[in-house]
Design a protein around this ligand. Structure first.
Ligand code: CA
Ligand code: CA
Ligand code: CA
Length: 125
């Protein structure tokens, strides 16, 4: 005689790497002061409730990393942009989860034009 017992299979929850870096807003106006927030970074990670930390890393697309900083999950400017001189900045962002797994993505930040009044200086002789 035997007793049937339910078989329980436990699925171990292994950490999986983040799968994307999202930046909902990727435009910034020209002439904004250093430290202007471009947008809030976000990620998708198969592990619900996993944490995410962001930083700018070297690699393909990191050409203009020096013109930005990341504070928490906010992407901020580290330079004053001039639409007439440069309209697109390329950065490379790494998101790292709680378990140290990461995902990297290049992003383009577009500078938007502000209508600047022509300054005229009267020269008297
Ligand atoms: Ca994860
Ligand atoms: Ca300008
Ligand atoms: Ca302009």
């Amino acid at each position: 005689m035997y007793v049937e017992q339910p078989l329980t299979v436990k699925v171990l929850n292994l950490n999986e790497p983040p799968t994307n870096v999202l930046l909902p807003n990727y435009t910034v106006k020209e002439n904004q002061p250093v430290g202007t927030t471009v947008g809030t970074l976000n990620t998708s990670d198969p592990d619900a409730g996993d944490t995410a930390s962001y930083r700018l890393v070297a690699g393909p697309g990191s050409t203009d990393n020096a013109s930005f900083t990341i504070s928490g999950n906010e992407l901020k400017t580290a330079a004053v942009f001039n639409f007439e001189a440069k309209r697109a900045y390329s950065i490379r962002v790494r998101v790292t989860d709680q378990g140290g797994l990461y995902f990297e993505k290049m992003k383009t930040v577009d500078v938007t034009n502000v209508n600047e009044r022509l300054r005229t200086f009267a020269c008297r002789t």
